[in-house]
Design a protein around this ligand. Structure first.
Ligand code: HEC
Length: 235
């Protein structure tokens, strides 16, 4: 094979990947017109309103400033571009006690309230689309999801299961202060003498609120849901 054929072949494969992963989803997602729900398909009528709570805009800014998007994606890929749906904790939950099967692909409404859709540059760490739910149900079940995230951000290797984590620590998002009577509930560290504690600063609070808002627990309108219909019964 000549070098020329090789280079042409390489450019063609990148070109196809670029079309499938960037261009097609872009055109599918750029139009954020209100969506009418259909009685037949969605079981209800009216206009779809994406539900999201928390300090979304502030937190998205901290997420961008600290380059989280460099290693984490927020895209449950369209099935034709590589299947993420088999990971029940990435694409939503296979069995959500209140809502049933909420697994689905990412749509533009998942970024509601953010200036940019931070879909990410590469997946060095796990996809964070459904992180809020994952922390609540897997990392800190029945416990303190915000506390788990504060500890992760302060020192990802602090968690014995993640002692090799390459997620960067962000100690500068926390403030050191004197302990008045007893350490506060969200302290991530207390010094040996028990005189000082490190607590989340305002950027850490905004970021954690944002991270907890990353959930796929709302069913997408049938007209928006690109996932194959049989996914609901699939394992
Ligand atoms: C240099 C690449 C890199 C950057 C930048 C990075 N992370 Fe990570 N992150 C990782 C890797 C790798 C993991 C997987 C290992 C682990 O669980 O700690 C991870 C794991 C995580 C987890 C646990 C995810 C889960 O589902 O269990 C969270 C939460 C997280 N990162 C948040 C962040 C946030 C927020 C930022 C930005 C402030 C960030 N990361 C920046 C590489 C990175």
């Amino acid at each position: 094979m000549s070098l020329r054929t090789f280079i042409l072949g390489l450019s063609a494969s990148f070109g196809v990947a670029w079309l499938a992963i960037i261009v097609v989803p872009f055109f599918k997602m750029r139009d954020l017109a209100p969506i009418q729900l259909s009685e037949a398909m969605d079981g209800t009528t009216g206009v779809f309103f994406p539900k999201r709570s928390g300090r979304v805009a502030d937190g998205a800014k901290v997420y961008a400033e600290n380059g989280c998007y460099l290693c984490h994606t927020q895209v449950v890929r369209p099935t034709y571009a590589g299947n993420d749906m088999y990971r029940p904790d990435w694409a939503g939950l296979a069995t959500d006690a209140d809502r049933g099967d909420t697994r689905r692909e990412t749509n533009a409404y998942d970024f509601f309230g953010e200036k940019f859709a931070q879909i990410g540059v590469m997946r060095l760490g796990p996809d964070l689309s459904n992180l809020g739910r994952r922390v609540e149900t897997i990392h800190a079940p029945g416990g303190d999801p915000a506390g788990w995230l504060y500890r992760h951000l302060y020192q990802p290797r602090g968690n014995p299961q993640l002692w090799k984590s390459t997620c960067p620590p962000l100690p500068f998002l926390f403030v050191k202060r004197e302990i008045k009577s007893s350490p506060s509930a969200d302290a991530v560290r207390v010094d040996a003498a028990g005189e000082h504690e490190w607590v989340p600063g305002s950027d850490a609070k905004a970021l954690v609120s944002y991270l907890l808002s990353l959930k796929k627990d709302q069913k997408a309108p049938a007209s928006l849901n690109f996932a194959p219909k049989k996914a609901s019964g699939a394992p």
